[in-house]
Ligand binder design. Structure first.
Ligand code: ZN
Length: 313
């Protein structure tokens, strides 16, 4: 896993705000996205020495001169190399090999756990123009961007619409196969695929220069929202928010819009999930009319029900 470290995506993908909270550092607000306080690195008395800019995701101490990105911050706090800081950050955010769970408020328990490892093959000959896609309102361009299409080759995904699933670093983990006729199951994934660890489309959403994200249930919902011009969208692949998924959202974004299905399950999930997130992050819930799923909405409607957050940068 060590060779999969990507400094750039860590610097961009992990919020300094999240890391400061992890180290229990309290700062005073000093303007929009600007914070000041005692420097946690040299631990001096200066109440104004340590400056943080959350919008730019950087910090600087005017007393000891420490400064830089989230990686520099963790390296300074832990007195370790940037490389070890990157590993540490992965542990804090649960984005890769190691995940951190807050089972006890005061005690951060870090445990090593197996996550889905990258696939060592890629399906070829995927047809991005299969009529099923048009039926679901997915354009060929979107299908190509997501690598989605009909696969006629042999194996588990034979004669299914295949949807590649990546981890936050963009490594291909698995394919999900959607049946295009009445064949059951409707969705087929490899047995060892750990869905609870992954947010579908996180590698694209996380790379956007956007601090807000739309959370939907399904693959097609996320493709339709993406197609409507809202690139920062992830799918739960269900109606449950698992702990590693929650962690990944908190680590990367400041505002969350929940856009789940307009059915009893989706409504209940919206309530449960928003209550769980609300204490840590700005959450907005959009309830769709009965029987409506986001992927059935025309692009204009998606744009209309998802106005940008007023306090976005
Ligand atoms: Zn300092």
């Amino acid at each position: 896993m060590i060779n999969s470290l990507d400094f750039k995506s860590i610097k961009r993908g992990v919020k300094l705000e999240f890391v400061l909270r992890h180290y229990h550092i309290k700062l005073r607000r000093n303007g929009k996205d600007q914070y000041r306080g005692c420097c946690p690195i040299h631990r001096g008395d200066g109440q104004d020495a340590f400056h943080v800019n959350l919008a730019r995701n950087i910090f600087h101490c005017f007393a000891c001169g420490a400064g830089g990105t989230v990686l520099d911050f963790v390296a300074a706090m832990e007195r370790c190399s940037l490389f070890d800081a990157a590993l540490k950050l992965q542990a804090i955010t649960g984005s890769s090999v190691v995940t951190t769970s807050t089972t006890n408020e005061k005690e951060l328990v870090t445990e090593r756990r197996r996550v889905s490892s990258p696939l060592n093959f890629k399906l070829t000959g995927i047809d991005c123009r299969h009529p099923y896609l048009a039926e679901r309102g997915i354009t060929e361009q979107t299908a190509r961007e997501f690598g989605v299409g009909f696969y006629a080759g042999p194996g588990l995904m034979h004669r299914r619409l295949v949807i590649p699933i990546h981890n936050a670093e963009g490594q291909l983990l698995a394919y999900c196969g959607r049946s295009v006729d009445q064949t059951q199951p409707r969705y087929r994934v490899p047995r060892d695929f750990a869905k609870s660890e992954i947010l579908f489309n996180m590698h694209r959403a996380g790379a956007e220069d956007d601090r807000s994200v739309v959370v939907v249930e399904g693959f097609f919902d996320s493709m339709k929202v993406h197609q409507a011009g809202i690139r920062s969208v992830v799918a739960l692949m269900g109606s449950v928010l698992y702990e590693p998924q929650r962690h990944a959202l908190l680590a990367r974004f400041c505002h969350i819009t929940l856009l789940l299905d307009g059915d009893p399950t989706g409504r209940k999930a919206s309530l449960v999930i928003s209550q769980r997130l609300r204490q840590d992050i700005d959450v907005r819930v959009i309830l769709l009319p009965d029987g409506v799923q986001p992927d059935q909405l025309p692009a204009e409607d998606i744009g209309n029900i998802l106005p940008p957050f007023a306090n976005d940068d």
